[in-house]
Design a protein around this ligand. Sequence first.
Ligand code: NAD
Ligand code: DAU
Length: 366
Amino acid sequence: MKKLLVTGGAGFIGANFVHYWLQRYPADQVVVLDALTYAGNIANLDSVKDNKNFTFVHGNICDQSLVEALLVEHNIDTLVHFAAESHVDRSITGPDAFIETNIMGTYSLLKAVKKVWLDADTVLEGHRFHHVSTDEVYGTLSATDPAFTEDTAYAPNSPYSASKAASDHLVRAYHHTFGLNVTTSNCSNNYGPFHFPEKLIPLVITNILHNKSLPIYGDGQQIRDWLYVEDHAHGIDLVLQNGRIGENYNIGGNNEWANIDIVKTISKLVEQEFINNEELAKRFPGAIAAIEKNTESLITYVKDRPGHDRRYAIDATKTNDELGYQPKESFETGIAKTVQWYLNNEAWWQSVMDGSYQNWIAEQYS
Ligand code: NAD
Ligand code: DAU
């Protein structure tokens, strides 16, 4: 039985991971530590809030004494670290928060676990610090380059990916120097329920429902490797169960798409939903293009993201071979489920798109 501290568990992937974990390992204890930034939402954890094995703590990963107290109070043996500033565009307009949370926050967690797990009278046997990282630390690929492996040299290009790379290096150093039991996973682009609607897939779905333009950066030919979020949770589970200490594991979808094709695919899917279900036109009367079946007319090419990485692709051979990892969801089924989730959870996405978010988005596209 494990006792987990999950940082950033009220965010997109963290919340999906908590749902996954408590369903799969109902006897385990899960404590979530989350600062509830604009991206964190306590409602993401509604379905587990009454579970006796679940505790939510509102706090910051930079608060080392709070983390030490939680490790002791809950006898934590496993820390799964999701908490981060995660949106590349925000790292371009305001990198400070990324340096603070992603680098200093990770450093603060490492100091806390070292003190409690390693520096006490007896070292805590079987402890684990799992760090959730990204494929973006490897930089960018051309159309013909082979996919990123765990041996690809780090070459981060945005303040976000540079801050994640720095945190990956700190985690590695705490293993090498102090003997902390660490693992790191580097995952490709996730999608699914609870994805904050500033990211491409939920932005496109919610903009169609608001009849707003669908902004395509640059030529729209940038490529991302999309993975259904539950498959990421499963990949982390496998690393926690059988991953070798000190190793990095790539997790990906083997599912490369150009942005413009993703947007056109979602446009068609939403239109089809409106054809299949007449109620939708009544529930979303503002979704004029979807109702009139010309959703692609909302596509608008806008200025490119500065330093925009052209292509990401993950080679997950090591994780497949060593841990038996394979994504369970096909893109076809995963994206259909995701569109359905946004159609069924309007209250969720309307509530997270508050005034400050709208103002920020408006600034980006003015
Ligand atoms: P997210 O932005 O949706 O959620 C981040 C969570 O961290 C939020 O709940 C937020 O409140 C919390 N948080 C932020 N700063 C904090 C702080 N200082 N202290 C405590 N909590 C804090 O992010 P996400 O998309 O769920 O990503 C989770 C992790 O996975 C990140 O580390 C990210 O780098 C990594 N990752 C994301 C993707 C992706 O496609 N989204 C892919 C690979 C890796
Ligand atoms: O690769 C993993 C990374 O995926 C994670 O580490 C990040 O936390 C996560 O945010 C995501 O980063 P991206 O920058 O790839 O995701 P985003 O959804 O912001 O953008 C996906 C692609 O779509 C990217 O090429 C930029 C483009 N885009 C995005 C938005 C929001 C557009 O063309 N228009 C948009 O409006």
